[in-house]
Design a protein around this ligand. Sequence first.
Ligand SMILES: [Zn+2]
Length: 209
Amino acid sequence: MPTENAKLLIVDDTALVRALLSAILARSGYTVRSAEDGFSALAAIRRQVPDLILSDLYMPGMSGFELLSVVRRRFPAIPLIAMSSAFSGASVPPGVAADAFYEKGTAVSYLLDMLEALIHSERMPAIEHSSAPAPIWIPGNGHNPAGGPCVTIACPECLRTFPQSLNEDARSIHETDCVFCRALIHFAIVELADSALPLEKKQPAAGRP
Ligand SMILES: [Zn+2]
């Protein structure tokens, strides 16, 4: 039975995917909003916290890897579904902060079942994390105006984003204070070099004229 107007947020950089999923899920009784990348998703979450988030992984701007890690830290009770065509199977790809994984292109009924199960489950807030919470994923591919390495940090407390220059090149964990709310943020630089990105999004969707 469709859920009592649970509020979903769909995050995908492909307008066609957003439109299709929005239509299908609205017809299934959900209240649906959508966002085109992690940045606009955070803005949407600041306006209204959804009951569940369904996010693509590879998106320009802020990826789903980052978005999900930030949301998990800030709202550990919100169920998260990652989706992609870059991974196959039903298990959540390693390192992705999500409760379930939907392989794009497989039957939408899988996704609907997943949504129902997650929305009706009593999620335990993540109490297992110890004193040091997992760091946020940040792709280390930006540059500041002076040409130095720079990353965009998403604050898991206030959900705002700001640029952060790096003075050392390391894959280690860094710390900074949020420029808006002063929260201490731990972050780790991960390599999401362009060459490593599967070009899943650049292929025209099947069935397009
Ligand atoms: Zn903040």
